[in-house]
Design a binder for this molecule. Sequence first.
Ligand code: ATP
Length: 211
Amino acid sequence: MLVVGLTGGIATGKSTVSTLLKARNIPIIDADLLARQVVEPGTPALAKIKQTFGDEVILPNGALDRKKLGSVIFNDEAKRKQLNNIVHPAVRKAMLFEVVRSWANGEKYCILDVPLLIEGPLWRLVGLVVVVYCSEELQLQRLVSRDSCSREDALSRIHSQLPIADKVAYADVVLDNSGNKAELEKQVDALVQRLDKEVGWTWIVGYMFPP
Ligand code: ATP
C-alpha cells in the first residue's frame, strides 16, 4: 500500500486539501485528531502526563487540562520536550495502527495528514510527500482572516515554523495554493489521478519483485 504524507505551513491550505480528499473518499489519517485521542481519559499517554506534570494538569472530570498544560510548558523547552516525548510516540503508534487498518480494509493507498511531517521522522517512512504551498504574504493574509489575529501575531506563528520553502524542498508533489479554491481543487483531482496511477505501478512492481 502506498502511504502518502500530506503537509504544509500554517494556513497554506492543508486542511482545505484534506477536506477535498475526504470528499473524494480518500482515506485520511489525521495526526491532529489522533493527538487528541491518545490523551483521552484512560490512555497510557495521559497517565504518563499526570505522572510527569502532576495532578494540576488534569481536570476534575479526568480529562487533560490543555490550558494549564500549555501554561506549564510555555517558554520551558525542557518541559515541552518531555511532553513531546510522551505524545509523539503515542501518535506515531496510533498512525501505524490506522495504516495497518487501512491496508486490512483493502485500501490501495492512504494519506497521513501531518502538519509537522518534515520536522519529524515520519517523512522518511512515507512513499510520497505532498506539500501544500502558498507565499508567506498569502499565508499571513489567510491566517489573519481565519483566526482574527493581528499581523504581528500571525507573523510570529509563521516564523516559529520551518519556512514553507524548506518544506517544498522535500516534496514529491507541490500543490500550489496561490490561486482560488477551484484552482486548488483541480490540482487535488490531478493528485488523485496520479495516486491511482502510482498505486497501479507499485502493485505491478510488487508482484514482479516480491520482497
Ligand atoms: P493550519 O496549519 O493552521 O491548520 P491549514 O494549512 O490547514 O492551516 P487551512 O485552514 O486549510 O490551512 O486554510 C487557511 C485559511 O485559508 C482558511 O480560512 C481557508 O478557508 C483559506 N483558504 C485556503 N485555501 C484558500 C484559497 N485557495 N483561496 C482562499 N482562501 C483559502
